[in-house]
Ligand binder design. Sequence first.
Ligand SMILES: Cc1ncc(C[n+]2csc(CCOP(=O)(O)OP(=O)(O)O)c2C)c(N)n1
Ligand SMILES: [Mg+2]
Length: 548
Amino acid sequence: MTKASDLFVQCLEEEGVEYIFGVPGEENLDLLDSLSRSTRIRLILTRHEQAAGFMAATYGRHTGKAGVCLATLGPGATNLVTAAAYAQLGGMPMLMVTGQKPIKKSKQGRFQILDVVDMMKPLSKFTHQLASADNIPSRLREAFRLAEEEKPGATHIELPEDVADESSRSIPLKRSQVRRPSADVKSIRAAVHALQNARSPILVIGAGANRTMTSRMLHQFIGKTGIPFLTTQLGKGVVDERLPSFVGCAAMSAGDFVHRAIEAADLIVNIGHDVIEKPPFFMDANGAQVIHVSTRTAEVDPVYFPQIEVIGDIANAIWQIKEAIVPNEAWDFSAMLAARRAEVAHTASISGDARFPVFPPHLVEQVREVMPEDGIICLDNGVYKLWFARGYAAYRPNTVLLDNALASMGAGLPSAMASAMVYPDRKVMAICGDGGFMMNSQEMETAVRLKLNLTVLVLNDGSYGMIRWKQEDMGFKDWGLTYGNPDFVKYAESYGASGYRAESAEHLRQLLVHTRDTPGVHLIDCPVDYSENHQILHVDLKQMSKDS
Ligand SMILES: Cc1ncc(C[n+]2csc(CCOP(=O)(O)OP(=O)(O)O)c2C)c(N)n1
Ligand SMILES: [Mg+2]
């Protein structure tokens, strides 16, 4: 006989779990004790469950294997809610494990008791209370299977105290050997036919295209055909943006150069489209044809009703199309490439501005220059995300981690920490607003304790800048969105990290190089000048892209 909590840990080991991120409560103590005997799984104690969830989700995003996080009942579980939504919308495989009071007999009334299983329903793919130790292997296998299969997301298992203390003869279940189904050859033929007969085809690379093999196949496809491509924010990095056929990132909803490139197309191949991102283009009855390449058929709405669908493993579908296609000599990409040239010229005309406080386009240029080929930037949510999505060229998959799904503040630092753990040999930078950083800044202690190597770049505008920018755009007065900040240098130092304050654009460059090359946790307080956000992002881009 095996104690249930030991069996639970054995099942996690069978799944290949390396870390459990979390904050245990007394209802998790059996599991914690079993975990103390595991030689394969490391407990990563955080200072807030939300950060543990963001870390587990990011582990899943990088590896494709469900990241595991742990919390107690009630308040611990409610603190996981935002991270559950982050993983679920963002397509990141994650398993949440929460404790619960004994379910068979309890003397404590309803103290701290919430229906956590029910609470997780709209936030997850699977949520289950274990009522018997015998079911632990099958329920956990299900939780991993569902978290990891397309579209990846969050799952939840509740392990009540009395069940954790039971015994069982069950043994862990092995993972099955499984392949994703491939697209039907007739759908491939239809796509190839449409592509070969198009005047100006374009590829849109979305969230669902961000899977391991897809990147390689897309490079081959683009190499063979030269068809221009753009990405959504979550599609960034799938294909190297230094390629000459890259025409931009659809970070803005409309009115950017990249939208001119889309308008020039008569056929759009939409790869890995996910409705959780704002649509990169709107269909209309007389507009371009659309081929939907995805693991799932398209969710149709008034602005999305693709004519051809290629359904199956995306990498395999792209490979099949690549094998069959004969590039058409008459394809005309001139308008798309002209729109891109105009964008590059516009960026070049502003990114050299070395004013202080630092000008966002200059900041993006500096960060790109100091980050190595495989370096990873992890963005929190704020107005700078638009500058980075548009202007920071991604070279490799998952080197620009941003959240354009839930778009929650607070994930910048935790996602950078998980990245530094998964890739200890790579350079990692969290880029956060002063608002977003403060939402999980307590994890500086965790980062220092774990001896991680990373830099946190805090963009200091003393306000919720993104909302202020929208407020200005809507013609409202500047009101209600400013605050004071701690002394970020002292704040970092109080955690045992190194703190720096940028004094000029040139000084920032030196700091970025120094923190990149020096082990440990670093924080750079970087004053930013957001005064032209509205003019550039809302006025100039619209005008200039129209003229291009
Ligand atoms: C958890 C959460 N709360 C509120 C928002 C709405 N929101 C989006 S950006 C933003 C302001 C971000 O401020 P900051 O982190 O300082 O970045 P800035 O835009 O100033 O660079 C807010 C409040 C959100 N996305 N997530
Ligand atoms: Mg701010």
